[in-house]
Ligand binder design. Structure first.
Ligand code: ZN
Length: 479
């Protein structure tokens, strides 16, 4: 993920393979056939079922500040600590750069690192490439909208469970084969319209930071905009067929290839004592008969989860007060932890849609908005048996185009706790207790332990004041 001038055409489409290079200029939010066409790539990598990764945690963080919006996520896989650390380092560095944080930790202004920006946004999401046998492969997708820094950057992280070591993209190729490998890569790049002869000639194996296998065993390299060609050339990919590349692969590269083509089953990186997080078993007793026309209601909402341990703790607190709330879940977290979403629904809470990877939907094309929402609704339905009817647009950013792209009903909020900013349970509790009034929708996040810790005090105090806690749909239906 080198800092280069990038292109806003491929927008955070989760597991879509990045085979498309664009060569025309698009403004953010314009339709791009390129991004849509990526779904039809014949060389797509097989999808990985994250529920098979024992002890998986998704590390989420976000800001809901409309003037400086950002959301980051990456997986933490037991046994692959070195790969997790490498991802964390890159995510932290990207975020510090975006926030304009200097070495002393002082903020110099959001998006200021990349020059003048209109509305900045940073979004980092991930895709599992391989999670099988002793091979883990993850791609991080970084969408950076900071003025001239607009665009997508990708990087792959490999982990060798046999050697207990993180492996760089170039480590898929054996040391002795790198000259032949590089020559083949350069030969392909030279043929590309928009490639820069000087950049191609200077390319070293260590510069290649995105490498993965296709389902038929070819090695696919992906280059960010501007790294091997003129910026207008867009992203570029090189695919080396299986027969060509196999003799050049390292021992780990061959195992990674094998586990991509024919996954051997459960991921085993040699982690000992992988903890399995407990899933709450609370079950709602019947339907909620609260009449919000007659009693004081409040709809607490929790965004960005589910999150391992925090969401489970929250469900326990809610059950103690028989409170029902609404969870606006992020699709990539739902896919990783459907059992938590199932527990939310089973306990009588409402599960809403908060997009797949938390981008500002107003920057996307209609097709991309649909992809973000439909994929998440499908994951929620797979987890709970029921498709959601509500969505909360990330950052509250919604316009006519976003609304027209979905049948889901948008839900904003009346009270913003700003709990993403104030990681202080007492302050969050006080904010809700002081600000919330009858029939308000309150915005919180269950990815922050401090927000979850604030909930008992909120429930205790407001229950004593006569409030009842209901879901957003219940509130709307009984008003
Ligand atoms: Zn959010």
């Amino acid at each position: 993920m080198r800092k280069v001038t990038l292109f806003p055409s491929l927008l955070l489409l989760g597991s879509l393979s990045l085979t498309t290079a664009c060569s025309t200029t698009h403004s953010a939010g314009s339709a791009t056939a390129a991004a849509q066409g990526a779904t039809a790539s014949p060389a797509a990598a097989p999808t990985v079922d994250p529920t098979r990764i024992k002890g998986l945690t998704i590390v989420n963080d976000s800001s809901n500040d409309r003037s400086c919006p950002w959301a980051t996520s990456y997986p933490s896989v037991p046994g692959a600590e070195a790969a997790t650390a490498a991802m964390k380092k890159d995510v932290d560095s990207y975020l510090a750069d975006y926030l304009g944080t200097d070495a002393a930790g002082q903020s110099t202004g959001c998006g200021s690192g990349s020059g003048a920006s209109q509305v900045p946004e940073l979004n980092i999401s991930f895709v599992f490439l391989v999670a099988s046998g002793d091979v883990l492969g993850v791609r991080l997708l970084t969408q950076d909208h900071t003025g001239t820094g607009d665009g997508l950057s990708t990087k792959t992280y490999w982990y060798d469970g046999a050697a207990h070591a993180a492996v760089a993209a170039s480590g898929l190729v054996a040391d002795g084969s790198r000259p032949a490998f590089l020559a083949a890569v350069k030969a392909q790049l030279k043929q590309r319209e928009g490639s820069d002869p000087a950049l191609v000639a200077g390319l070293r194996a260590a510069d290649i930071d995105d490498a993965s296998f296709t389902s038929d065993g070819a090695l696919k390299l992906s280059f960010d905009r501007g790294t091997v060609g003129v910026p207008a050339g867009g992203r570029m990919t090189v695919v080396l067929p299986r027969a060509t590349v196999t003799p050049w692969l390292s021992a780990f590269g061959r195992r990674a290839q094998q586990q991509t083509v024919k996954p051997g089953g459960t991921l085993d990186l040699g982690a000992t004592g992988t903890p399995t997080a407990a899933v709450p078993t609370e079950t709602a007793s019947g339907t909620d008969t609260t009449d919000c026309a007659k009693v004081k209601c409040i709809a607490l909402t929790f965004d960005d989860g589910p999150a391992v341990t925090y969401t489970a703790t929250l469900l326990k607190y809610l059950a103690q007060y028989k409170a029902r709330v609404t969870f606006f879940t992020v699709g990539q977290n739902v896919a990783a932890h459907p059992e938590l979403v199932r527990a939310e629904a089973r306990a009588g809470h409402e599960v809403g849609n908060h997009s797949w990877s938390h981008p500002d939907l107003t920057r996307l094309t209609t097709a991309q908005v649909k992809q973000q929402l439909d994929r998440t609704s499908a994951a929620i339905k797979a987890a709970t048996g029921t498709a959601p009817t509500l969505f909360r647009p990330p950052y509250g950013a919604v316009d006519a185009q976003v609304k027209a792209a979905t049948t889901l009903s948008p839900v904003l909020w009346d009270v913003d706790t700003e709990d993403w900013k104030y990681r202080d349970a007492a302050k969050v509790a006080r904010t809700v207790i002081d600000k919330a009034s009858r029939n308000d929708v309150v915005l919180m996040h269950d990815i922050h332990p401090t927000s979850v810790a604030a909930v008992p005090e909120i429930l205790k105090t407001l229950t004593a004041e006569g409030y009842r806690f209901v879901t957003v749909s219940h509130l709307r239906a009984t008003l």
